[in-house]
Design a protein around this ligand. Structure first.
Ligand code: ZN
Length: 544
C-alpha cells in the first residue's frame, strides 16, 4: 500500500472526516527517518564540502567537481546525463519512477582571483591569483546530495512514488547557464524546484526579489597602424570602447534609479604605439523587471553601434550571461519555512563562535555571533522603487516552474560575498553544519511535496495565477546565443596545475584543515603555501 493510500485508509476508517491537520504533510516518522539519514551522512557531507572547496573551479571549468559529485550520485543509483544544454560541465542526475518530479539544484562554481586558505582569518591565498570559493558554492551540491540520499531512502522504504532530478548551477558567477537550461527544456516535465544557496542565515522567501540582468561583451574591430608614423591610416577600436563608455556614463543620469550598469575594459589593445585594431568592453545591465532590463540592454546595443559609427569601426555583440529577476513560490516557501523552523539552527560550539569572531575582528567587520534563530519568512520586498543589487540566474527557472531558494547558514555574518573573506569559513565546521541543516530542510520539504499532491497543486496554482499577474517570463536570450563555455579556459590552464598539490585527500586526512595542519579555531601558525607562483593580474570576475 502506498503511503498516500495508507493515510486515506486511516482517514476513511475514522468515523468523521476531520480536516487534515498540518501533519497531513509527510508523516512525522518519515521525516524523522530523513533527518536520521542525513545525520548518518555528517562525515560524508564534511568530506564533500571540503573536497569541492579544494577543487576551486570557476565558471565552465567545473570538470573535477562535476566528475566527483556525479560519481557519488551514480554509485547511489542515480542516472547521470553529462553535457546537458551543450555545456560540457553541466549534468543531471535522476532517480525514481512515477509520481511528481522534483528538481534540486545548487551552484558549483567559484570566482577568479579569490583563492584563500580556509580556517585563516587573514587574507592569505592558497595559490596567489587562483580562483577560490569566495561565496561558498562548494557547500550547495554536497547539501543537495545528502538531501537526495535521505529522500530516496525514505521513498524506497515506504514505496512512495516520485522522481528526483539533481542539477548544478554552472557558471552562476557569470550568470551563464540557467537560461540555456530553460531554453533547452531541461525543466519541461519538472513539477517544482528547490534551489539552495549559502548564507549566514537559515531562510526562504516568496514574491519578487533581486535584479534581472544581461551580461554582454562588445568587441570593436578597427584597423591597426603605427600610432606615431601613420595614425591617420588607423581606426582605433579602443576609441570606440571609450566613446561607448563616455556615452553610457552621460546617459546614466537619465536612466531609472533602479538600474545598475557597470563595465570593465576586457581588452584595451596591446601597447600605445600601435593603434588598437581590436578592443572589447564587457557590460552588465541590471534592473528589476524584464522590460526594464530589455530597455537598458537596447540602449547599450544602440550606444555600441553609435560608437562604432563614430570611429569607423565595426562591433560584435556577444551575450555572456543573463538572469531573470527572481520570484519565489509562496506555497512552497510556506512549506519550507515550517521545515526550516522544525530543523532549527545548527548547534554552534564555542570554537565556531570564536572563529567567526576572529574573522570579523581581523577583517574589521561588525562583530556579530553566528545566528541562533532561523529568519522569519520573507515576503515580497516593500520598496516601491527597488534599488537592489545582485542577480541570480535561478530567476529563469523561477519563471518556468514553481521554485524557491532555501538559504542555509554555512558562513560568517558580515563577510563580503564574492570576496576572500567569504571563503575563510567555507571548509570549517561552520560550513559543514550549515550544509547538514540545509539538507534536512530540503529533504523534509521534498517529502511534503511528494506525499501531498494538494501542495503541488497549490504551488502550481500560485505560479499560474499570482506570479503571472506580476509579470511573464521574457527570456533575454536570442535563438542564436550560445553558452560562453570558453570563459576561464586559459585561466584554468594556468592555475589548475598550481592548485592540484592542494587538493583534499580525504583518505589520508580527517578534514581539509587537518591536511593543512590548521588547528581550528586558531589561525595557522606555520606557512601553508608550498610554492609561490607569479602574481597574476587576474581580477575577480563575478556576476551574481
Ligand atoms: Zn551564489
Amino acid at each position: 500500500m502506498t503511503a498516500t493510500r495508507k493515510i486515506l485508509a486511516l482517514l476513511l476508517s475514522a468515523s468523521i472526516l476531520t480536516p487534515l491537520p498540518s501533519a497531513a504533510l509527510a508523516p512525522q516518522d518519515y521525516k524523522q527517518e530523513a533527518i536520521a539519514n542525513i545525520e548518518s551522512h555528517t562525515k560524508m557531507i564534511q568530506v564533500m564540502v571540503d573536497t569541492v572547496f579544494s577543487y576551486g573551479e570557476p565558471g565552465f571549468q567545473e570538470f573535477r567537481t562535476g566528475a566527483y559529485v556525479t560519481d557519488i550520485l551514480a554509485k547511489n543509483g542515480f542516472k547521470i546525463t553529462k553535457g546537458v544544454a551543450g555545456i560540457p560541465t553541466a549534468w543531471t542526475a535522476t532517480w525514481g519512477e512515477g509520481g511528481p518530479l522534483i528538481a534540486l539544484g545548487s551552484d558549483e562554481d567559484d570566482l577568479r582571483g579569490v583563492s584563500q586558505i580556509p580556517g585563516d582569518p587573514k587574507i592569505e591565498p592558497m595559490v596567489p591569483g587562483a580562483p577560490g570559493h569566495g561565496e561558498g558554492h562548494n557547500s550547495g551540491m554536497p547539501l543537495q546530495i545528502a538531501a537526495a540520499l535521505a529522500i530516496k531512502a525514505v521513498m524506497e522504504k515506504h514505496h512512495i512514488k516520485g522522481r528526483l532530478m539533481l542539477w548544478p548551477g554552472i557558471a552562476e558567477e557569470l550568470l551563464g547557464t540557467k537560461a540555456f537550461y530553460v531554453r533547452d527544456g531541461l525543466f519541461k516535465n519538472v513539477d517544482a524546484c528547490i534551489f539552495t544557496h549559502v548564507a549566514n542565515d537559515f531562510s526562504t522567501a516568496y514574491g519578487p526579489s533581486s535584479n534581472g540582468m544581461v551580461s554582454v561583451e562588445y568587441t570593436f574591430h578597427g584597423k591597426t597602424a603605427h600610432a606615431a608614423g601613420d595614425p591617420w591610416d588607423g581606426r582605433s577600436a579602443l576609441d570606440a570602447v571609450e566613446i561607448m563608455d563616455v556615452a553610457m556614463n552621460f546617459r546614466r543620469e537619465h536612466l531609472p534609479l533602479s538600474q545598475r550598469t557597470h563595465y570593465v575594459i576586457s581588452n584595451g589593445g596591446g601597447q600605445p604605439n600601435i593603434v588598437p585594431g581590436v578592443a572589447s568592453v564587457w557590460y552588465y545591465f541590471r534592473d528589476y523587471t524584464f522590460d526594464r532590463v530589455k530597455e537598458l540592454y537596447d540602449i547599450g546595443n544602440k550606444t555600441a553601434d553609435a560608437a562604432a559609427m563614430a570611429t569607423d569601426t565595426t562591433v560584435e555583440h556577444k551575450l555572456l550571461g543573463t538572469a531573470a529577476p527572481n520570484y519565489g513560490n509562496k506555497p512552497m516557501a510556506l512549506l519550507a519555512q515550517a521545515n526550516i523552523e522544525a530543523v532549527g539552527m545548527p548547534k554552534w560550539t564555542a570554537d565556531d563562535q570564536a572563529f567567526a569572531k576572529l574573522v570579523q575582528e581581523t577583517q574589521h567587520f561588525k562583530i556579530e555571533p553566528l545566528k541562533d534563530k532561523v529568519t522569519p519568512l520573507r515576503g515580497p520586498r516593500e520598496d516601491s522603487v527597488p534599488t537592489g543589487g545582485g542577480s541570480d540566474d535561478i530567476g529563469d527557472i523561477m519563471w518556468t516552474i514553481p521554485t524557491i531558494t532555501i538559504r542555509y547558514p554555512s558562513n560568517v555574518p558580515n563577510t563580503i560575498a564574492h570576496n576572500v573573506t567569504a571563503a575563510m569559513a567555507m571548509a570549517t565546521p561552520i560550513a559543514h553544519k550549515g550544509a547538514v541543516a540545509g539538507a534536512k530542510a530540503v529533504a523534509l520539504t521534498v517529502l511534503d511535496l511528494m506525499m501531498t499532491p494538494d501542495e503541488l497543486t497549490k504551488a502550481k496554482d500560485f505560479f499560474n495565477s499570482e506570479q503571472q499577474k506580476y509579470d511573464h517570463y521574457k527570456p533575454f536570450l536570442s535563438a542564436t546565443d550560445v553558452p560562453a563555455i570558453h570563459v576561464n579556459d586559459d585561466y584554468m590552464r594556468t592555475y589548475r596545475p598550481l592548485m592540484e598539490p592542494y587538493y583534499y585527500d580525504s583518505k589520508k586526512y580527517d578534514t581539509y584543515l587537518d591536511q593543512l595542519g590548521i588547528k581550528y579555531p586558531n589561525p595557522p601558525t606555520a606557512p601553508i603555501r608550498k610554492i609561490t607562483p607569479p602574481k597574476s593580474s587576474g581580477d575577480t570576475a563575478s556576476g551574481g
